[in-house]
Design a protein around this ligand. Structure first.
Ligand SMILES: [Zn+2]
Ligand SMILES: [Zn+2]
Length: 277
């Protein structure tokens, strides 16, 4: 199936990271709805809390864009930030991209985790502390936000991208509220590292959308899971070492494993719970 027009349900300039990849690979034209306010689905700075899961928020954005534009192919993006699920003391960025087909009512979702990120927040009491945070987080190419409190109830100043402005706003906030928190601005257009990560996620989505199901010929056939259980070379027990990638069609449910190429027929005993407990 050929997609002619694809709506990117976004603001904050994310279409600059997503659009070129998909236009190149799918030979479609990407459109961004005008006056499309995605902030009503939640903001990073807490004025509007995000009530739903990332995937449901992305679905809601797709639906809102479809209601507005009436074009059946829609993409939405959701990012979240926090502690890495497996690596201790490491923050990560989780990016989700959802394609929804309103003609046939099915979706293709990809998601990636990144540790190369510019993300942080801390209370700052002096200009020195503030400038150190700014340097660490690649200011001014990456914007900063100042808040008098973290609940979004006090004063919030977004879009800061020059040193003088940063220093002035800090001093006024300390004067007025007695305290100041600085955070990285996670809106894509203000965080080039995030923009790059969204672009990598778009690459993955594009691979899914150009891969067709052998059974129903719908696009979106691709990786959904990793199958583990390679046998130990020494004792023959099954290990956590992956053997293949499970591919699935989100339209008809057809599944097929794709073996992971490897020179080793068996797993190294170092990964075996019995030989190397
Ligand atoms: Zn073993
Ligand atoms: Zn299928």
């Amino acid at each position: 199936m050929h997609i002619e027009k694809l709506v990117i349900a976004t603001m904050h300039g994310k279409e600059r990271a997503i659009g070129p990849v998909l236009e190149r690979d799918l030979r479609c034209r990407c459109i961004v709805p005008q006056f499309f306010d995605t902030d009503r689905f939640g903001t990073f700075t807490g004025e509007i809390p995000r009530l739903d899961s990332a995937i449901n928020t992305a679905r809601n954005k797709c639906q809102a864009a479809f209601d507005l534009m009436g074009i059946p192919h829609v993409i939405a993006s959701e990012g979240s930030f926090g502690p890495h699920p497996f690596i201790p003391l490491t923050n990560c960025e989780s990016e989700l991209l959802l394609y929804y087909n309103f003609d046939k009512n099915y979706e293709v979702c990809v998601h990636e985790i990144f540790t190369d990120i510019r993300f942080g927040s801390q209370k700052v009491c002096t200009l020195d502390e503030l400038f150190r945070f700014a340097h660490q987080n690649f200011f001014p190419s990456h914007y900063l936000i100042l808040q008098s409190d973290l609940l979004g109830a006090g004063q919030t100043i977004k879009g800061i991208n020059d040193w003088e402005h940063l220093a002035n706003e800090f001093e006024q906030m300390i004067h007025r509220h007695g305290q100041c928190h600085v955070s990285t601005d996670m809106r894509a257009m203000n965080n080039p590292t995030r923009m790059k990560n969204i672009s990598k996620t778009a690459q993955k989505l594009s691979e899914r959308l150009t891969s067709f199901c052998p059974q129903c010929n719908q696009h979106g056939f691709g990786e959904v899971d990793i199958i583990r259980g390679k046998l130990c070379e020494l004792c023959g027990a099954s290990t956590n070492v992956p053997t293949s990638i499970l591919l699935r069609c989100t339209n008809c449910g057809f599944e097929s494993p794709r073996p992971i190429p490897s020179d080793m027929l068996y797993a190294d005993p170092g990964y075996c719970d019995f030989c190397n407990p």
